[in-house]
Design a protein around this ligand. Structure first.
Ligand SMILES: Nc1ncnc2c1ncn2[C@@H]1O[C@H](COP(=O)(O)OP(=O)(O)OP(=O)(O)O)[C@@H](O)[C@H]1O
Length: 355
């Protein structure tokens, strides 16, 4: 079993800080501690630059201590000079030079998860799909670009602000095997954010290019609903392999989904398929199946538009409870019927060569 964060912290508390005279956890030099599900431990020692030599010894001691512990597979410690800077603020930067779509270093594929309309379950699908892919052994990242309501930190059970040891790169967070960065983690919870166009573009570019994603088979991008600046910027700046459009079966949702598909086609982003969410409702009490929003509307629309229907996800209380609780159903009940819909989408992406 992988060591947990508490055990790692306890071990680090045994190591002295030669300058502060306390231990390295108490003195605050241990930053951005990340203990992975696979037992990999990663953190930054943020130290006064004049004392680098003395902290080399501390680093070696911490490495040796952690490596000797059960459940730790790998230890990676980065020594950085102390800066007073907080993680970078998302200030608008210089207007970007006009450049064509770029690859994100280390990221093999980018898949956008989009919807025409808000509240149709796009983020739920993105979170579950990311977890389903991770469970299949894919290296997966999730970029929550839903500036109007970033929900991935809650759905994936992640909190805290991501660290930026050097003030330039941003270290993402990780849970359930998914590497996550969210615009929601860069703002204060209680602060309403009003995003303006150029600010949005700068923030999205920062998320894509400054976050240390590491080597990924696929980066899923949870887009805001609709057809706005973020969709445009993503498709123009990054090489997007395809988009998945999530819709409920109602006519109005479908109408907006169609607009989304048109937009991606204009931007030359292939449509990988549509997902019908809240497809049928099976009563948890009596097992009766109801079509709350109608059923099959997305299948018909997909056929009309000539795009695959990737899955039909039922409207199910467990799906909501699981996401609200920070462990999507694909990871908390991977063998359930509800989770099967998400593994089906994951398998389609792998079969299509984009994950
Ligand atoms: N299949 C489902 N069964 C039950 N509840 C669901 C399902 N899909 C989504 N929900 C719930 O519906 C609400 C909205 O879902 P979600 O946040 O994923 O939508 P969204 O399309 O990303 O919305 P927005 O774009 O407006 O942020 C959430 O509370 C979520 O738990």
């Amino acid at each position: 079993m992988a060591a947990d964060r508490e055990a790692v912290l306890a071990a680090l508390k045994q190591i002295g800080d030669p300058i502060a005279g306390t231990d390295i956890v108490a003195s605050g030099v241990v930053r951005a501690l990340n203990v992975g599900d696979d037992g990999a431990v990663r953190f930054v020692l943020e130290i006064p630059p004049d004392h680098a030599d003395r902290f080399q010894v501390v680093k070696a001691e911490a490495e040796a201590t952690l490596k000797a512990m059960d459940g730790i597979t790998n230890v990676s410690i980065v020594l950085t000079g102390h800066t007073e800077k907080a993680p970078p603020e998302l200030r608008p930067r210089r207007p970007a030079e006009p450049k064509g779509p770029q690859k994100i270093p280390g990221v093999d594929h980018i898949v956008a998860i989009a919807s025409g309309k808000g509240g149709v379950g796009k983020s739920t699908v993105a979170a579950n799909l990311a977890c389903a892919l991770a469970q299949m052994g894919r290296r997966v990242g999730l970029l929550d670009a839903d500036v109007y309501g970033p929900s991935q930190p809650r759905m994936l059970g992640v909190s805290g602000r991501p660290a930026s040891p050097d003030g330039k790169t941003i270290l993402p967070l990780r849970n359930h095997g998914v590497t996550l960065m969210s615009i929601g983690l860069m703002t204060n919870d209680d602060q309403a954010v009003v995003w303006r166009g150029p600010m949005l573009m700068g923030a999205l570019q920062q998320m894509m290019m400054q976050v240390q994603w590491g080597a990924l088979d696929v980066l899923l991008v949870d887009l805001p609903p609709g057809t706005g600046d973020v969709q445009m910027t993503l498709s123009q700046k990054a090489q997007v392999d395809g988009a998945i459009i999530v819709s409920t079966p109602q006519d109005v949702a479908l109408l907006d989904a169609r607009k989304g598909i048109d937009m991606f086609r204009q931007l030359n982003v292939p449509i990988l398929g549509m997902v019908e969410n809240m497809s049928t409702h099976i009563c948890s009490q009596c097992g009766h199946e109801e079509h709350v929003f109608g059923h099959g509307g997305v299948a018909a629309e997909a056929a009309k538009l000539g795009v695959p229907l990737l899955a039909e996800v039922p409207l199910d209380l467990q799906i909501r409870i699981a996401s609200d609780g920070g462990a999507p159903i694909a990871v908390s009940q991977p063998d359930s019927a509800q989770a099967a819909a998400f593994s089906t989408i994951a398998r389609s992406l792998v079969a299509a060569g984009v994950a």
